[in-house]
Unconditional design. Structure first.
Length: 317
């Protein structure tokens, strides 16, 4: 499977090679004739030399002319057809049966406020663009404010970022490492600092990183920052899909739980419900992974009054 870099490298090398070959032939033939017909001083005065404006005679019926035009035409037409075929592949590299977009890792790229932001299909929003090596990445580029252009020069990627429109393209990076991302459309005062980084990771490291992005941890504490181990349950409700899961206090370990079974980064509504009426319920909306939240469970009003009177009574006794 070819990458964009491979394709453009091949086109460059073929054009360079053929251009050099044509140059060598033309210059050599010119020098050869200049030498062959040089003035040796022994042309006699009465020789019938052609004068300016006179058509030369003695050519073999235009054979040389025909040959050179024919060869040039064949070279140029084959180049056009071959390059066009290569660019069709760049335009749509799909293997049979699937579209290129379906088989690739999809990322939405937004240029806004002189910065680039990214979102994978699972809702994960990395600070820098991270992709696994050797996998095709399909990007859909748009803008939140003015015209920008998203470019990764080393991956031969460039796409316009225009508000209300999506420009789609793809790339595949085979070597791990960091690559510079820049804006290629003069967009305003901070255009030159509108840079970002593409990090190409080993596929295993990428999977691990992605799993970490889809992990949420919650810890339950009371007002004295001690862990609370019972009397509540926690519900995660995804705002856009039908994911809705409840975790009981038994599933927590010492008042803490790490949830790593998520397919989507959120946003979630997080609800902590008291199971024995001892605590005030907690509700948070728009929580996204990765997160590590600590909730403070407040005694509810009646319970805390009762506790206080217990304490008072205890004191008196
Ligand atoms: Cu710009």
């Amino acid at each position: 499977m070819q990458t964009r870099v491979d394709v453009f490298e091949q086109i460059f090398l073929v054009f360079l090679g053929l251009g050099a070959l044509v140059g060598i032939v033309v210059i050599t033939y010119t020098l050869y004739n200049a030498y062959k017909y040089r003035d040796t001083g022994d042309a006699s005065d009465d020789e019938d030399l052609p004068s300016v404006g006179e058509l030369p005679t003695g050519g073999k019926g235009g054979k040389k002319l025909f040959l050179s035009f024919g060869l040039s035409a064949i070279i140029v037409i084959s180049l056009v057809i071959w390059t066009y075929g290569m660019l069709l592949y760049v335009e749509d590299p799909a293997d049979e049966g699937e579209t290129a977009q379906e088989e690739a890792l999809n990322v939405e790229v937004v240029g806004d406020g002189f910065a680039w932001s990214y979102e994978y299909e699972n809702g994960v929003e990395p600070i820098n663009l991270r992709v696994p090596a050797g996998e095709r990445v399909w990007i859909q580029v748009t803008s939140g404010d003015v015209w920008h252009a998203f470019g990764i020069p080393e991956q031969r990627v460039k796409a316009d970022a225009i508000p209300g429109e999506y420009d789609e393209t793809w790339f595949q990076a085979d070597e791990t490492g960091d690559y510079e991302i820049q804006c290629y459309e003069l967009c305003g005062e901070y255009h030159t600092s509108m840079v970002s980084t593409l990090t190409v990771m080993e596929p295993d490291a990428f999977d691990q990183w992605m799993a970490d992005q889809l992990t949420m941890s919650f810890t339950m504490e009371d007002g004295n920052e001690s862990r609370v181990t019972e009397g509540y349950e926690l519900t995660l409700d995804h705002q856009e899909t039908d994911f809705n899961e409840t975790y009981t206090a038994d599933e927590f370990e010492n008042g803490s739980i790490t949830i790593d079974e998520l397919d989507h980064a959120g946003p979630y509504n997080v609800t902590v419900t008291p199971t024995d009426g001892q605590f005030e319920p907690i509700e948070e909306t728009g929580v996204k992974s990765p997160t590590d939240d600590t909730f403070t469970l407040e005694m509810n009003a009646t319970e805390s009054n009762a506790n206080e009177s217990d304490a008072t009574n205890g004191g008196e006794n």
